[in-house]
Each structure stands twice: as C-alpha cells, then as structure tokens.
Write a protein that binds this ligand. Structure first.
Ligand SMILES: [Zn+2]
Ligand SMILES: [Zn+2]
Length: 324
C-alpha cells in the first residue's frame, strides 16, 4: 500500500499549542479521494477551535478553506477523477435525508461533519477527504484567490442575503477582517450603502478607502462578523426600527437581548452560518467576473502557527492564505 508523507498544522489536544507535524496518509478508502493542496485560507473559526475546552477528535488538523487537485480516488467515487480541482469548506458530509438536507440547507444537518473539526482539515500538504463533501471550483480562479471564498466569501454572501435588503438600503458591518472586507464588496455591488466598524484604526482606514462610510447609525441591517462580543450591543444600537441584526462571528460568550427595544422597535435577530451550495457557486462566479477580489497575504505552511496567533490578536487585514 502506498503511503503519502505530509506536513500538517495540528492541534494535538484541546487548548494545546498548534504545531507542524509529519503525518503518513494511506490510500483513499471507499468514497474518499486523496487531495494535493494548492492553497488554504486561515479562518477565525480555526482560532475558535483552538480555544474550545473539548474537541470531538484529537489530534486534529485545522483548515477548512482549501483548494486542491484530486490525486487519487477510492472505490465507488464516480464524480471525481485525478487532476480535477476541488474545494474544501467547513461543511463535510451530511446525512442527505433530514429536513435540512432535503431543502438545500445541509449546513444545518444535525449529522454534519466539518473539516478541521470533526474531519482532518486542509492545512496539510495532502488530505484524504470524503468525495461527497467536495465542491467544484472554476479553474479560471487562482487557488489563493479561490481559497478565501470557501468560507469567508461564502459566509459573508449568505449573511448579506439573510439581511434581506434592497438597493439603496443601509447595512453596517462589524469587523473588517476576512469576512467583512468581502461583505463590503458584495454589498456595494448590490447597491447598498455600507458602513464599517472595527476597533483597528488601520482597518477602518482600509474600509474607507474600499468605499465604506464609518458612521453606523439608523441602519436597516447590522451584521456582526467579529467574534468580539462587545460588537453586538453596538450593532444592536445602530439599527433603525424594523432593522435586522445578523450574527456570524463565533464566540462562547452570551449576549443579553434588550427586550424593550427588540419588541417595540420590531427588531429581528438571526444567526447566519455558511450558505447554500448555490450561494457558493454565486460567490465563485462573482470572483471570476472580477467583482469579488479577496485581499490576500500568501504564506508557507511552516508559517501557519504564527499566522494563527496574528489572527487571534485581530491584527490581520484581509485574508491569510497558505500556498503550496
Ligand atoms: Zn471559516
Ligand atoms: Zn441531514
């Protein structure tokens, strides 16, 4: 049996330090493919996983924003062949039969698996993955451009759709990192008025030069991309009557909902997680048309432990992408 030696960014156990480790992969099993990674973005959810008190599996390789080439296929795989380009998102396999799976909302399947959480992730030279979990990626997009679309772009796109806005309406984005900067591009393309809030002065300056206003008051919708829980009350206060608060950034903190304002102002509060498969196809299309242009900083896998620290400190603008 062939064995592939790979380096991977591994979280050895809950709350331990991440490190680069050498791993041996065997042949892909039934329904699986062996992927050779081309690029993988680093997401704040990777940082979130490192902060959890318990992990579903350990050690776990992080990463869920990967672009790869199929190198070998296991038995029973019919939709993929060697040389195909494949994308890895956070969404792994789903049951295919629950009410969510059968209504295009696989992302809420209670039996879902997730790359970099319950499946070994994409921050690795090579990965063995269930073929059913992979997504097609247009070959016209450079790998490092396509990678951030697999989580940041996809999630930002759906969050804006959840805000349910018409052109000329206003949206306030909280957090101008990987998701926020892509949301700004999509929102402007849709003809929305956009404001951005971020504690970092340099990110605010970047947002302004990217076309955002900086004053979030009386907006139709506010979307909280940052994991910093202090942004939520700020976002809530920025809404006008009938406004919508969309929560995206993950943290284990709680938020006390102001009941009087929620009720008397008719505020809608909703969570948004990943998107539909059609959303992801739309995001790739917007990038292929040059409308969506991720700001990326490319690095080697060897730098990834340091990159994760930078992301934890909130000092990253745009998206950090590991390239091979
Ligand atoms: Zn992510
Ligand atoms: Zn399901």
């Amino acid at each position: 049996m062939r064995s592939v030696r790979t380096h991977a960014l591994v979280l050895p156990s809950a709350r331990a330090a991440v490190s680069l480790e050498a791993i041996h992969l065997g042949e892909p099993g039934p329904g699986e493919v062996l992927l050779r990674m081309e690029a993988c973005g680093i997401c704040h959810s990777d940082v979130f996983v490192t902060s959890l008190e318990r992990l579903p599996i350990a050690p776990i390789t992080l990463g869920h924003e990967g672009i790869a080439r199929v190198e070998a296929i296991g038995t029973g795989v019919t939709r993929w062949a060697a040389g195909d380009r494949a994308g890895i998102t956070f969404l792994g396999s789903t049951c295919g039969s629950c009410e969510f799976c059968t209504s295009g909302r696989e992302r809420f399947c209670p039996k879902q698996t997730n790359f970099g959480y319950t499946l070994q992730g994409a921050l690795s030279d090579a990965v063995i993955a269930p073929a059913a979990a992979l997504t097609r990626v247009p070959s016209s997009l450079p790998a490092e451009v396509a990678a951030p679309l697999c989580c940041a772009g996809w999630t930002a796109y759906r969050a804006l759709r959840e805000a349910n806005l018409e052109p000329e309406q206003s949206v306030a984005l909280f957090g101008y990192g990987g998701l926020g900067h892509l949301a700004l591009q999509i929102a402007r393309h849709r003809g929305l008025r956009v404001s951005v809030s971020d504690p970092s002065e340099s990110k605010r300056a970047q947002a302004r030069s990217d076309g955002a206003e900086l004053d979030a008051r009386g907006v139709d919708a506010a979307i909280v991309f940052t994991a910093a829980p202090t942004a939520i009350p700020q976002a809530f206060r920025s809404l006008k009557r009938g406004g919508t608060l969309v929560l995206v950034g993950l943290s284990v903190a709680n938020y006390e909902l102001p009941l009087v304002d929620t009720v008397l102002k008719g505020i809608t509060v909703k969570g948004s997680y990943l998107g539909t498969r059609d959303d992801l196809a739309d995001v790739f299309l917007l990038a292929a048309q040059g409308i969506l242009r991720p700001h990326i900083h490319t690095h080697s896998l060897g730098e990834s432990p340091v990159l994760l620290d930078q992301l934890r400190r909130g000092s990253v603008s745009g998206r950090l992408v590991v390239v091979w």
